[in-house]
Each structure stands twice: as structure tokens, then as C-alpha cells.
Design a protein around this ligand. Structure first.
Ligand SMILES: C[S@@+](CC[C@H](N)C(=O)[O-])C[C@H]1O[C@@H](n2cnc3c(N)ncnc32)[C@H](O)[C@@H]1O
Length: 258
């Protein structure tokens, strides 16, 4: 496990800081990006869990649940899962907070929220991470799994995360990042960038599932560095921002609202 901490007081990145440049192979420019992402997740919602379980070798659910346990999530907590998708992370949180806690699950895509609706007990909300439809200081833990690369503005999203968290509240962001070593990068590119899109096309809903997974790898390839993400968290007012890495590419960002 690798630990990366950016010293507090380091220079903040430029606001609003998109996590990657516009990917014009998929959409014309930055203005079309949100619409493209929403449509892509709408049409692939039914395939998402199956594809995830296959390419993560069946570890997708277990990894999310472990990360929640490691951050100490327990009974009675108020959780917001941003970009919940099919609710995989939110459902794991629900089983830990029990009947005295609550889990609110927000997503941009109505298609994804429809699938998330099969997890009874989640409070589903359609909305955008850059303009959260909640009052200040509502939640004790904010989670987001594998969606940081889809933010239109990291600065805008992190400022919203700080706003809706109570003082002392924590943020937990799960991500995939570019592996550091050349060989690991080559192998990850071959697997995630070529094999997985092809398998997804065969196992999922054809070309949409393939596009989803090609886009997935292209956003990983072009994403800003973990140091930039940590600096953006600090710039949004978080403290103790840190990143751990497992297996070279599984990144976990944690930070606390003062
Ligand atoms: C890769 S899925 C992750 C789903 C889930 N968090 C998980 O752990 O499996 C990314 C999700 O982010 C959502 N999303 C993308 N941009 C968003 C935004 N600006 N605000 C809220 N949700 C967004 C998509 O609709 C999609 O459901």
C-alpha cells in the first residue's frame, strides 16, 4: 500500500480544474461532455454491474465494502454516496449504518438510478455533484466510487462536498489511477483499454458497453495526478487529505472537513 500526502498550504490548482482535457474522440468539446456522460450511463445501466464484476475478477463489491469498514462506518451514520450509479457502494454503506442511519444516493443518470432502486432503503436523488441539492452540513460521510474522472470541475465538486458535510465529516473517494511503472501501465492499458472493452461488447449491450469501457480507460489515461487531486481537496477546505494505492492502480482518497 502506497501512501501519498500533499503538505497543507501547497499552491492550490486552478479553479475549476477539469479532471482531464476534453476527449474529442467522444464529444465535440467540454460543453458537450456532461450530456455525453449522462447518455452513456443511461444506456449502459443494465450492464454496469455485470461488466464490473467480470473485469474486477469478482472483487468489485468486496472492495467497496472493505473501504467503508476501514474508514470506520458504523450504525447510525448519515451517508451521501455521490455518483452512486447502480448503488453498489451505497448498498454496502446501507448494510453498515443499519436502521438508525441513512444513505442518500445521488446520480446524474436516471437510468442508473432506476437500477439502484432495487436496493430497498436507499434515498435516491437525481442531481449533479457540482450542484448538490442538499442544505449545508447534512452528512457525516460522503463517498464517491469511480466517478471523480467524470466531474466537470474538481474544484466545484469538492467545494460542494465540503459544504454538505458536517464539521469533522469525512470524504472517501475510490478511484482507478494510471499505474506508475511502465510495465504495469502497458499491461493495464492492454487489459482495461483493449480486452475489457471487447469482452464488454460481447457480454453487454454491444457497442455502448464497449464505448463505456473504452471511455473508462481513456479518462484514466488522461486524468490529473493524485497530487493535483489532493491539492484540490485542500483548496476546497479539507484537511488531512491523503491517497493510498493498492495493486498499482486502485486509489483511495480520504480527507476530513475541519
Ligand atoms: C463509473 S460509475 C460509478 C458508479 C458507482 N459509484 C460505483 O461505485 O460503481 C460513474 C457514475 O457517475 C455518474 N456521474 C457522472 N457525472 C456525474 C455528475 N456530474 N454528477 C453526478 N453523477 C455523475 C454517472 O451517471 C455514473 O452513474
Amino acid at each position: 500500500m502506497i501512501q501519498g500526502v500533499v503538505p497543507e498550504g501547497s499552491t492550490p490548482p486552478p479553479h475549476p480544474l477539469p479532471p482531464h482535457p476534453a476527449l474529442t474522440a467522444y464529444y465535440a468539446g467540454a460543453a458537450e461532455r456532461v450530456g455525453f456522460v449522462r447518455r452513456l450511463f443511461d444506456v449502459t445501466a443494465g450492464d454496469y454491474d455485470g461488466i464490473n464484476q467480470i473485469f474486477s475478477f469478482g472483487t468489485a463489491r468486496r472492495h467497496r465494502a472493505r473501504m467503508l469498514r476501514e474508514i470506520g462506518l458504523g450504525p447510525g451514520k448519515m451517508v451521501l454516496d455521490v455518483a452512486t450509479g447502480t448503488g453498489m457502494l451505497a448498498a454496502a454503506a446501507l448494510s453498515l449504518v443499519g436502521p438508525l442511519g441513512s444513505v442518500t444516493a445521488l446520480d446524474l443518470s436516471a437510468g442508473m438510478l432506476r437500477v439502484a432502486g432495487r436496493h430497498r432503503g436507499l434515498r435516491l436523488v437525481q442531481g449533479s455533484m457540482e450542484a448538490l441539492p442538499f442544505a449545508n452540513a447534512q452528512f457525516e460521510l460522503l463517498t464517491m466510487g469511480y466517478a471523480l474522472r467524470h466531474a466537470a470541475s474538481l474544484g466545484g465538486a469538492f467545494a460542494e462536498f465540503a459544504r454538505v458535510l458536517r464539521p469533522g465529516g469525512q470524504v472517501l473517494l475510490l478511484e482507478i489511477g494510471r499505474p506508475g511503472s511502465r510495465l504495469a501501465h502497458l499491461l493495464a492499458g492492454a487489459y482495461l483499454g483493449r480486452v475489457v472493452p471487447l469482452l464488454s461488447r460481447l457480454a453487454g449491450s454491444g457497442r455502448h458497453a464497449e464505448t463505456l469501457m473504452r471511455y473508462y480507460w481513456d479518462t484514466i489515461e488522461t486524468c490529473v495526478s493524485p497530487e493535483t487531486i489532493l491539492t484540490a481537496l485542500l483548496a476546497a477546505g479539507f484537511q488531512n487529505a491523503r491517497c493510498t494505492t493498492e495493486f498499482g492502480l486502485l486509489k483511495t482518497y480520504r480527507a476530513t472537513r475541519p
